[in-house]
Design a protein around this ligand. Structure first.
Ligand code: GDP
Length: 528
């Protein structure tokens, strides 16, 4: 049963963190263990400094050339690991939320000195809502930071997690001696030599033995004994099942930069992280081991090479095998499509593959057929759920600045919206187009890309909107809804799917409207 074996040896996950906690560094070290890359510095950071657009464009250009950084795959101990890239910058949070629909688990990176930060909180809350299994990695132990117990408390309180440490630091910063691996019952001594790739560990089967004092000194040894006793007393015993259903989160300590504590994390990850899971569709639950292929698009990446304006649609395989040159049903368009050069992803490159398995990501060249959330199947008509649009936070009118290029502008906007860069709304009263985004940076990105990829120019005009919410009437024919539409006609728009959206200009007016029309529900995501 090769098919089942292939499914069971796949682990598809994302690393989430606040910018600068060490996500890129950790990714790189994980790849080193897989032998997928030879040297440090090989993984491109997707970081945007101070929100500079030029920075973003530069990154996008580099990634456009090697889009493989969106998915990094490697093998370790016969497990095929797919890491999905998640941007840390808050303006791209939506991109990260969508990517989280394609992972089976996550690793959360936390800076030992900064503790739980804002982006970590947001992303973890999304994972918690979906019961995604999480492992926490506390990074930068080579620096002075918060006390381990204090930090574990903070993680429980701010992130709402139930943690249990599977490793524990011996000292910290200047006095950092190493890590005791609770999971494997051994000690890894810190030497601070970052070039060392594979660490040596020392078995410590009896914590009371004098060997421990010799290894780390009497004071540290006694402190460790006390702390481990506390750990045992306070935290629940690790259970794989509790971790896999999202109710318990194991914690590891280390220093990614020094490649320290990373092997412990990876070894535990491959033995506990879940293989691909069943996924809910609009008609039924689909299991990975089903024979027929199904999958969904969770990301679309524009090719930044102006010579070929094609895009790469990233499809997560949910069930069956995806094969080259086999026609598959695009269920939204109800038409069959065949792909002659599907890309699979490896550490730093992409290659054309003949066959891919559940858990894998394939990159399909696309000239405009796909948008985020689309489903592909062997023939069955079903649609995967769970990629909502979020209520944008910024709103501007978009105007055409070059009347000769209105077709190009329309096409550019259309395609950028399909990629999920922003959301387009059309005002009911006058047909004007409004672009809503999560971050202000997107406006510059849109302007830049419209010009460089589509040859169209646009300008923006401010619009005073506090929040956009999707309108869901109890009964579209009742008097209350008719009155709402009449009174609020100036504030109504349609999104790209034709759903009705209400633009509230302040939180007060939103509240008043909700009170006045109790039979209408106002939603802050497009999926309800
Ligand atoms: P990202 O924004 O989460 O991807 O963070 P990076 O991996 O780019 O790391 C941010 C900064 O922290 C970089 O300067 C890294 O060199 C540094 N860094 C990462 N891990 C460690 C660590 O274990 N110890 C120390 N001292 N610095 C680290």
């Amino acid at each position: 049963m090769k098919f089942l074996e292939e499914i069971n040896r796949r682990r598809t996950f994302g690393i989430i963190s606040h910018p600068d906690a060490g996500k890129t560094t950790l990714t790189e070290k994980l790849l080193l263990f897989g032998g997928a890359i030879q040297e440090a510095g090989a993984v491109k950071s997707n970081k945007i400094k101070k929100g500079a657009t030029s920075d973003f464009m530069e990154i996008e250009r580099q990634r456009g050339i090697s889009v493989a950084t969106s998915v990094l795959a490697f093998e370790y101990k016969d497990i095929k690991i797919n890491i999905l890239d998640t941007p840390g910058h808050k303006d791209f949070a939506e991109d990260t939320f969508r990517t989280l629909t394609a992972v089976d688990s996550v690793i959360v990176v936390i800076d030992v000195a900064k503790g739980v930060e804002e982006q970590t909180e947001k992303l973890v809350s999304v994972c918690r809502m979906r019961n995604i299994p999480m492992i926490v990695f506390i990074n930068k132990l080579d620096r002075e930071g918060k006390d381990a117990f204090e930090l574990l408390d903070e993680i429980e309180q701010k992130l709402g997690l139930t943690v249990t440490p599977l490793s524990f630091p011996i000292g910290m910063g200047y006095d950092f001696k190493g890590i005791y691996n609770i999971w494997e019952k051994n000690i890894n001594l810190f030497s601070g030599d970052s070039r060392k790739n594979i660490e040596e560990t020392i078995e410590v089967s009896d914590l009371q033995s004098a060997d421990l004092d010799e290894l780390v000194g009497e004071n540290s040894a006694n402190q460790l004994r006390e702390e481990l006793e506390l750990v045992e007393g306070i935290y629940p015993t690790f259970e794989k099942e509790a971790y896999q259903n999202g109710s318990l989160q194991p914690v590891f300590f280390g220093s990614a930069l020094n490649n320290f504590g990373v092997r412990e994390l990876l070894d535990c990850f491959v033995s506990i992280a879940p293989p691909p899971k069943p996924k809910e569709s609009d008609v039924r639950l689909v299991k990975p081991e089903e024979e027929n292929f199904t999958g969904f698009v969770f990301k679309i990446h524009a090719n930044m090479d102006p010579k070929h304006r094609d895009r790469l649609a990233f499809v997560k395989i949910v069930s069956g095998t995806f094969e080259r040159n086999v026609p598959y049903l695009h269920t939204r368009h109800n038409k069959k499509l065949k792909f002659s050069s599907p890309n699979a992803f490896f550490a730093e490159k992409k290659e054309i593959v003949d066959i891919s398995y559940p858990g894998d990501i394939v990159g399909l060249h696309d000239t405009g057929n796909f948008k985020i959330g689309d489903t592909l199947t062997k023939g069955e008509v079903l649609h995967y759920k769970g990629i909502p649009s979020f209520s944008p936070e910024h709103f501007r009118y978009i105007n055409n600045a070059d009347p000769m290029k209105s077709k190009q502008l329309a096409k550019g906007i259309d395609q950028l919206m399909d990629e999920g860069v922003a959301q387009l709304f059309t005002l009911e009263i006058n047909g004007r187009k409004v672009i809503g985004t999560v971050g202000a940076l997107q406006y510059e990105v849109i302007q830049y890309r419209l010009e460089h990829e589509y040859g169209a120019k646009c300008t923006y005009e401010n619009l005073n909107v506090h929040k956009a919410c999707w309108v869901d009437p109890e009964d579209p024919d009742n008097e209350e809804f008719k009155e709402f539409k009449r009174v609020k006609s100036k504030f109504l728009a349609k999104d790209k799917q034709g759903q009705l959206v209400f633009f509230a200009d302040s939180s007060f007016s939103l509240q008043m409207t909700q009170q006045k029309y109790p039979s209408i529900q106002f939603h802050f995501t497009s999926e309800f």
